[in-house]
Structure formats: C-alpha cells, structure tokens
Write a protein that binds this ligand. Sequence first.
Ligand code: ADP
Length: 599
Amino acid sequence: MKKGIKIVSLLLVFLMAFASLAGCGKTDSTINPSEGKYKDGVYEGKGAGNGGDIVLQVTVENGDIAGIDVIEHKETEVLSDAAFDKVITAVLDNKSTNVDVVTGASFTSRGIIAALKDALIKAGGTDEIFSKDPKINVSNKETELEQTYDVVVIGGGGAGLSAAVEAQAAGANVVLLEKMSSLGGNTLVSGGGLNVPGTDQQKALGVEDSVETFIEDTMKGGDNINNKELVTVMAENALSTAKWLIDTIKVEFIPDRLQQFGGHSVPRALIAKGNHGTDLIQKLETYANDLGVVFKMETKADELIVGDNNKIVGVKATNASGQEITFNANKGVIIASGGFGANLDMRKKYNPEIDEKYKTTDVAGTTGDGIVMAENIGADLMHMEHIQTYPTCNPKTGIISYVANSRFDGSILLNQEGNRFVEEMDRRDVISKAILDQTNREAYLVWGQEVESIGNMTELHKDEYNNLEKLDLIYKADTIEELAEHFDINIDTFKATIEKYNEYAENGNDEDFNRRGSFFPIEKGPFYIQKVAPAVHHTMGGIVVNKEAKVLDNDGNIIPGLFAAGEVTGGIHGGNRLGGNAVTDVIVFGRIAGENVVK
Ligand code: ADP
C-alpha cells in the first residue's frame, strides 16, 4: 500500500465497503451457510494501543473478514498512520489475523490485531482458528538492490525533511531513508515551538527582541561552550526560516501566541498549530512528496560508502524485509538521523550518570546511528557527554508531559514530604537533578484555577490528561487536603507550604527560591496535582560540522560529500539546549545542508 494514505481516506474505502455490505441487509449475526471461519455480521472489538483503546468494527461476510472500520483511537497522529494503513490492508488482503507489527509502531499494530480478534471472537473466532492464519509480513520489498540518486538523506525528522526539500527544490533527485515506518522523529513529538526573533507576533505584543539577544541567551543557556559561529547562523536565519515554513511549506502557527521557555529573556517561540510537531512534519512531508522526493521507509542506513579521495559516495542500508540495498549518491549524503537519547548503552558510554534510572522522552529511532556511522569514517565528535533531561515527564513511560507545562504558567513543585525544593523556572538540568534527589525520585506539580485559566493545559492536552488520570498520575479535587491525601503527602506540611507560597505570590517575592516568570497563588479550586519525573530529552553532542553543515574530521578538514544537520550534530547547544531551540536548529541547518549538497 502506498505510504501516506491517511486513516481518513482509508476509512472512506472501508466505509464504502461497509455501506455496500449494509445494502445486502446482513447486519445481524447469522450462522454462515458456507461454514466459513466466522458468523456473518458486524462486530465491535477493543484492543489496547499506545494511547488508549483502539476500537474497530469488523464486518464478516461469507464467513470471513470483509471490512474493517476504525471507530476510535488515541494513537499519535502520523506515528500510527502506517500501522493502521499497513496492518488493516494486510488483514483484508490476506484474510489473516496473523499480521506482523509495523516497525516503530508495534504497540499500535498489536492493539489493532487485539481489537480485530476481540471482534472476531464475538463472531465465533477462537485461538485455534486464528493460529491457522498465514503469517503476513507487512514490509516493503525493493526490486533494485543498487540504486543511484544525486543526494541520499538519512533520517526523516525535521532536519532530514527540510534538507530533502531544499536539495530537491535545487534540482537534485533525492532519496530519503527512514528506518521507522513513519516520518517525524523527535520533531514530531516535540511541542512544535520554534524560537524566532522579530516575528509579527512579537511586534503585536510589543516584545523587543534581536538576533544578538537570541545569540546571548543561547550561549548563556549552553554554559558558553556552544560553537558561537553555529549559534549565529541559527539566530540570523531563524526569521527567514519561519517565513519559509509559513509561506512555502504552509505550516500554521498559533497567531496570537508566543511562549517564553526557560533561559530566554523574552517570549520568542512561535507555537505550531496543536502545540506539537505534527503540522510541521505533515506539511514538510506533503511538500517533499509533491516535489518528487523518494521515500524509503523502514530502511535503515548502516554504513557510509567511501569513494576516491575519501569522498562519501553513498550509503549501505537494510530494509525491514531484510534486503541489503546500496544507495549511491552522485552529489553527497546528508546525515539527519537525530540524537541518541533512546540508546541506553551509548548514553552510559558518554555519560555514565545518565543510566537506566532515566527513561526517555525520545522516539525509538533516536539511537545515534548517524553518529556511529560518521565516526567510523573519521568524522570528529564533540560534547558527547552533554545529555539533557527534561524534568516533568510521565514517571511510568518517560513520555514528556504537556499538561505539566502548567509550570510555565505558575504551578509549583513539591516533594513527597510536601515541601518545595527547587525554583520551578530553573534550567531543565537543575530541576531534573533536584527531583532525582527527592523521595522515590519523583515530584508533584500543584496548581489551582489561577494558573489553569492561563494556559488551560488540562483542556488543551485532554487526551494526555485522561491518560494520566487512568494511570493515577494526576488528580483533581475541590480542596487542597484531598490532593495531599490522594498521594499520601503529609497534609500539614503540604498546607503550610501552599499558604507560605500564597503569601509570596501576594507580595511578588518568593523568599525561598526567588521564582521567576508567572507567579500566582493557589487558592481557587478545583485544584490539580500531577506526579512527574525527569527523562532524557536531548543529546547536545554529536558530529562536528561547519556553518555550511559540512562534516569535519579530527583535524578540522572537510570530509567531501558528507553533510549533517539537526540533533545528530554537536556544538550548537553547548552544555544545555534551551526550549524551542531544537526546531529552529534542525530546520535552519537542514535547509543549509540541502542547499549546499547541491552546490
Ligand atoms: P532531527 O530533529 O535532527 O531532525 P529527529 O529525531 O526529528 O531528528 O529525526 C531523526 C530521524 O532519523 C528519526 O525519524 C529516526 O527514526 C531516523 N533515523 C535514525 N537512525 C536512522 C538510520 N540508521 N537510518 C534511517 N533513519 C534513521
């Protein structure tokens, strides 16, 4: 099935199939006269996916599966598209419940199959019947094991897609290799924030900003060890890049909203529609597709091919069908494979402190492959020990919590004993370390309506909120006492802490931690309490590049034919990346890599 078909269009197909069946009048369960596997009829089934239950409606006709309708699901958009597309198509084509999972979407794939079986059991299906179904592999197969393009891009996140678009737009023919079944990488699951000085939003809100201030904030936030040349390129190109995203790629940003992430001296982050990276990735994908970029999904780059004069002339890759494919690159290769937050061994190799006690917010594909491939052919690496943790994640999964962004609107952090222990607006690393020093390595965010009414985080991120509630990680109550009771926190200390904080808020002076930013009391119910823990979020280190996104070797020489952009590179964020700087970095340098590979 062709990549890119969305559930909406799939649904149409299935609904049409369903409508024609309904026209046959077979809506009730009746024993099938031809002794098929199942009783004819329409059945609903439920299976657990990544974000909650997946509900399918399965139509059985002539004793076998004839139609599948997705009634409901809460899987991540884009990330789960391929699973719905491929698994359902394979089930229908092969009349089999024994379909393989899709790479990178295994939970969703299993949830779909579980829902299918749940429905079919109601139609008389049994494990014995299911076990006779043929095993179906949903992976793509290549006909040519050696293929030649002008440019090979490794990785389909924000950097890879931007690079592919610019290279193809400049006349090259581009192939993009993505090892997962869906595009997007960490960019997709990000909050979609992009720091840009000089936007219309800043002008409308009367925010004074400049490229210089952006550079200063970024350098200071990175402990001044950042590569200032790269920071300057990012800052100088941020505005034109935002305009490109808006005018050319048609990304939609919330018109009247700017966010001020920690470490920035003014609000300067544009926020993509929906407050996540989905719009960004979908629009880049659509644009790249229209231009003619060739996508090879579930195709993992393994090795760079070195030609004459040490020029990089291609990539060896393996796809999910186990085929080994050579992709030759006439002009060059761009590595945009992201960081290594999801690679525990690599994390421990470079920074033993960032061990198994940290889960990660990162997608499964961020395993540092590009860094290893580049190092193997002599590329230089830098800042590998600088690994950022994000303080307020789901303690059970490591997934970043957007509901917890109530912190930026003024919620406070308490420990199990009911005491505050850190300034809530401090740097990510400082708060993360402080939380790990507390009982159970966890903390609680607490807020009331004064804060909730600013960003409406529990409404804006309703699905996440419901999921957190199910996991007993968030609790809403009419009184402060109930919050403490629910999570077994000492009520007296808890109340005393909040009373003291309310006094500070009234006087505008936090005598204990000198809180910056939004500062409100916690007096109006209903109140919220959310359990949080830190998780690995970004790897600042990586491949050494110059300002043209060209990869350098250990002696500072350019490795011909090799470019890198995005989280796979090192230096730009120094010892600590500021919020909203990743997306600016990956799009600015992705474009630069794409432009330069063609020159
Ligand atoms: P960036 O923000 O720098 O663009 P992302 O994390 O958004 O980084 O995207 C990186 C993408 O690269 C992910 O989709 C990931 O699955 C993909 N990737 C990682 N390693 C490989 C590899 N060896 N071959 C192909 N794709 C890869």
